[in-house]
Design a protein around this ligand. Structure first.
Ligand code: SF4
Ligand code: SF4
Length: 276
């Protein structure tokens, strides 16, 4: 049985795939996106204990030199994260697939499926695969939300997962490296593989004015998506909230700019465009 670090579980989410879904967020990411809205999910906690004294509510204690987190005392004030040099989160806990399944069973009758996100969930591929099998046994659909950075065409997971939500942050490799710190060749290979296997629910691109060549990415992605009516192309406005402002100097694009990009995608034959 494998375990994975869990940052957060949301029993009912309407924004992580179709219908009402149980959403699971795993800790740890191999990208360091300049615009990351959840930077506390990137690094693993090293257990240095520095943040414990910052918690005024008694939610963090040290027992046998390890942090013990009491969620009943936590006010979600975020002070522990702010005071961590690694911008990590001491509230993360390791769960086995069976422990997660027990949580899912509590709400099973009210949801249509489970979505696993992150961080980057595919970094915990063994856990993800075993969890997916058990979710399917419950009669629920199993979706993942991924940055597409590991070769999915090699994974057993692809026989289990119903659909994938895939980020394509930049089609241009140099810009992708500038934005994420990582090459995009595997991402683009995954994109074509998943499309061919009819495994994509949604492709997402965050539109960042002045920093990325948004038109080029939307143009290329939408040409590939042309004719795939069941795949959504979501164009997301960059927003400053939650972003590490020292890393990125941009602004929220106007509705007009977003509509222009949507128009490019539409002209290329992309049928299912969402602006958010
Ligand atoms: S969250 Fe950060 S400060 Fe707290 S124990 Fe982990 S690494 Fe140390
Ligand atoms: S968010 Fe962190 S610092 Fe704030 S109450 Fe919870 S554990 Fe304590």
């Amino acid at each position: 049985m494998s375990k994975a670090p869990v940052n957060k579980m949301i029993p009912f989410s309407s924004v992580d795939g179709p219908g009402n879904r149980f959403a699971l967020f795993l800790q740890g990411c191999n990208f360091d996106c300049l615009y990351c809205h959840n930077p506390e999910t990137i690094n693993m906690c090293t257990g240095c204990l520095r943040c414990v004294s910052q918690c005024e509510y008694g939610a963090l204690k040290v027992i046998n030199r390890k942090i013990v987190y009491d969620k009943n005392n936590c006010t979600q004030c975020g002070k522990c994260v702010i005071n961590c040099n690694r911008n990590s989160d001491p509230r993360v806990r390791f769960y086995s697939e069976l422990e997660i399944i027990e949580e899912i069973k509590k709400v099973k009758d009210f949801i249509s499926g489970v979505t696993v996100s992150g961080g980057e969930c595919t970094l915990h591929i063994e856990f993800l695969t075993e969890l997916g099998k058990k979710v399917r046994e419950l009669g629920l659909t199993f979706y993942i939300d991924t940055n597409g950075s590991i070769p999915l065409w090699e994974q057993e997971l692809m026989n289990i997962v119903d659909k994938v939500m895939l980020d394509i942050k930049s089609f241009d490799n140099n810009q992708h490296i500038k934005l994420t710190g990582v090459d995009n060749s595997v991402v683009l290979k995954n994109f074509k593989f998943l499309l061919q296997k009819n495994k994509i629910y949604e492709v997402r691109t965050v539109i960042v004015p002045d920093i990325l060549d948004n038109k080029a990415t939307v143009n290329k992605v939408s040409k590939i998506l042309a004719g795939h009516e069941n795949v959504r192309y979501k164009l997301i406005k960059y927003r400053q909230m939650g972003v590490r402002k020292e890393k990125l100097n941009s602004y929220t694009p106007s509705t007009r700019d977003m509509n222009e990009l949507a128009e490019i995608a539409k002209k290329n034959g992309c049928m299912n465009i969402i602006i958010t």
